[in-house]
Design a protein around this ligand. Structure first.
Ligand code: XMP
Length: 315
């Protein structure tokens, strides 16, 4: 049986010995990286610099929420707006693995800059077991290059510290609850963020569309769960498809974009079943997206595929 208290105590001692100097952590405000930051800062205090990179692909209101969470954890942190850099690196890029590698490399470049300015020699990452298992090792094929593993450049100068690399998601949540990290119940969110929820080129305009649709999906499912109409799914979001279809708006022909809604039940993300969301709730989501976003979207579909054979994200 996994014991969160014991795990944290052991890791703090290990990290004290492993990091004699200064370290930086790439923290997205998600459960994994925030738990990693909380543990390492308990071990080495302000010798840890927590860096949040606003890539331009974050969810609605995310940067503001994240800085509040960091304040509550008394982290020594910086928020860097690197969106210009990321959008231009991804110009014309549509292939999922290429997107992931470019984003991974971009993250590391930003961190190397920050680490250098902070005179840090160590890079802490919130990598958990499914991240490296799915990114491939000697025994397995690569399914996806998770950005915090597959995107690491070979000439990286920082020494890597990954305190959560043996844990699965449910264990990380236990550690989060033990440490009172208020993101413990937050749904998982991928490192490459909304860039991989735009199928096709992640332009500012496309990312803005999927950001709005994701916010509607989150609001409606959380509201339905609060009203007791359903359980909150394990993960739930929107994907912008590169498909246009014909519709009607008033008495005029429309030719609009398509949003796919994805919601799944899972324990650790390794396998998943699509959520049986009540049709009334799906209808609310569809009506809101097609009315509030009618300038762009005229069709909403629901993804009813399990993992396997699909993955949770579309890219
Ligand atoms: P897939 O799509 O592979 O995702 O079934 C499994 C879980 O992992 C999340 N995910 C990521 N997490 N970096 C991460 O930290 C990534 O590059 C990444 N890609 C996918 C995904 O949201 C799901 O919860």
């Amino acid at each position: 049986m996994f014991d969160a208290k014991e795990f944290v105590e052991e890791k703090i001692e290990e990290i004290k010995a492993a990091i004699p100097g200064r370290a930086v952590i790439a923290c997205s405000g998600g459960v994994d990286s925030t738990v990693a930051a909380a543990i390492v800062s308990k071990a080495i205090g302000d010798r840890l610099l927590t860096v949040y990179v606003d890539t331009g692909f974050m969810r609605k209101g995310e940067s503001a929420t994240v800085s509040k969470i960091f304040d509550n954890l008394h982290l020594n942190y910086r928020i860097i707006d690197a969106s210009e850099e990321f959008f231009s690196a991804l110009k014309g890029i549509t292939e999922p693995e290429q997107k992931r590698k470019i984003i991974g490399a971009g993250f590391i470049r930003v961190f190397e800059r920050e680490a250098k300015a902070f005179h840090s020699e160590y890079l802490v990452q919130g990598t958990i077991a499914p991240d490296w298992i799915e990114s491939g090792d000697k025994l397995r094929d690569t399914i996806k290059s998770h950005h915090n593993v597959g995107g690491l450049p070979e000439d990286m100068k920082l020494k890597l510290v990954e305190p959560l690399r043996d844990l699965y998601k449910d264990e990380v949540r236990k550690v989060a609850r033990h440490l009172d990290v208020e993101v413990s119940e937050k749904q998982p969110f991928p490192g490459p963020a909304l860039a991989i929820r735009v199928i096709g080129e992640p332009t500012r305009e496309n990312v803005e569309i999927v950001r709005e649709a994701c916010a509607i999906v989150e609001e409606e499912l959380e509201a339905a769960a609060k009203r007791g109409e359903m359980e909150r799914p394990w993960q739930y979001f929107a994907v912008l498809l590169p498909v246009q279809s014909v519709g009607v708006q008033g008495d005029r022909r429309a030719y609009g974009r398509t949003i796919a809604v994805r919601a799944v039940e899972s324990i650790d993300g390794m396998s998943a079943a699509y959520s049986r969301i009540p049709h009334d709730v799906l209808e609310k989501i569809s009506l809101r997206i097609t009315s509030e976003m009618k300038a762009n979207v005229n069709r909403v579909v629901y993804d009813i595929t399990h993992k396997p054979p699909a993955t949770i994200e579309w890219e």
